[in-house]
Design a protein around this ligand. Structure first.
Ligand code: KIV
Length: 302
């Protein structure tokens, strides 16, 4: 008989809206939380239909959707449009995931008041259920302010792309005892500041596991090993959209870049050779109307 611990059987999720208590319960039962980034209505709908628990409208949209080189340039207005589209799409499913919107760079850093106002816009104008903010330190005060205004907040530690320059680039964090211990302290501080969940990005698996054991809130990893309470991947990475290489923590479940390229090349060929549109794509006019039309144009009947 196997002595290996049994994995919990996946629960059949109840229809309705995923709630914060649902996520806390998943930590307790050990059923991994599935989070994905999505940025528009169709992807929100697909994510919801596939059974994802949480959709993050990440500021990674700056890079994946808007073509910037970093997450910094995206604005609150741009994020609001993407978040509103995503909530519209995801709410059509029988089980609607929790939708979390990233507060973009400089929307929350200046002051607690800015943080509350930005977070409030995502809830009021875009239908988000919660917001995510990066970092600890001064961010803790912003978290307390936002949760104090009644808006749930998700934390984000490890590689925090909004401070990538200060962190020395897009690189794993917590790889020395000193920085790993600091991450543990920050995670506990983020929990104390009222966060309902915590993203851990690019952190050694052992450090993420130690943090997961020491906080009551669910941890959601990306490049943080398999012991976190959940996982998140970016839509475009997971589906292989966009040319180029992926970070080592990405699993590509499809190659939609290639599939799209082949489909569009096919379309280009069909248009150039007049294979498209075919008769089934066109609308008919009766012979009598056509004759009348032609005589109206002064074209003689052939
Ligand atoms: O913006 C984003 O997509 C994120 C995830 C990578 C966690 O913050």
């Amino acid at each position: 008989m196997s002595t290996r611990p049994r994995r919990p059987a996946p629960a059949t999720p109840a229809p309705g809206k995923v709630s914060l208590p649902d996520l806390i319960a998943q930590k307790a039962t050990g059923i991994p939380i599935v989070m994905i980034t999505a940025y528009d209505a169709p992807s929100g709908q697909v994510a919801a239909e596939a059974g994802v628990d949480v959709i993050l409208v990440g500021d990674s949209a700056a890079m994946t959707v808007l073509g910037h080189d970093s997450t910094m340039p995206i604005t609150v207005d741009e994020m609001i449009v993407l978040t509103a589209a995503t909530t519209r799409g995801s709410s059509r499913a029988e089980r609607a995931p929790l939708v979390v919107a990233d507060l973009p760079f400089m929307s929350f850093q200046p002051s607690d008041r800015d943080a509350i106002l930005a977070a409030g816009r995502f809830v009021k104008e875009a239908g988000a259920d919660a917001v995510k903010v990066e970092g600890a330190g001064p961010t803790l005060s912003r978290m307390r302010a936002i949760t104090g205004a009644g808006i749930p907040v998700m934390g984000h530690l490890g590689l925090t792309p909004q401070s990538a320059t200060a962190l020395g680039g897009f690189r794993a964090q917590g790889r020395t005892a000193e920085t790993a211990l600091q991450l543990v302290d920050e995670a506990i501080a983020v929990e104390s500041a009222g966060a309902f969940a915590l993203v851990l990005e690019c952190v050694p698996a052992e450090i993420a596991a130690a943090i997961t054991e020491r906080v009551q809130i669910p941890t959601i990893g990306i490049g943080a090993g398999n012991a976190t309470d959940g996982q998140v991947l970016v839509w475009h990475d997971l589906l292989g959209i966009g040319a180029g290489t992926s970070p080592r923590f990405v699993e590509r479940y499809a190659n939609l870049h290639l599939a799209s390229l082949e489909a569009i090349e096919h379309y280009v060929r069909d248009v150039r050779t007049r294979a498209f549109p075919a008769e089934r794509h066109t609308y008919a006019i009766s012979d009598a109307e056509l004759v009348a039309f032609q005589s109206g144009l002064g074209i003689a009947e052939r």
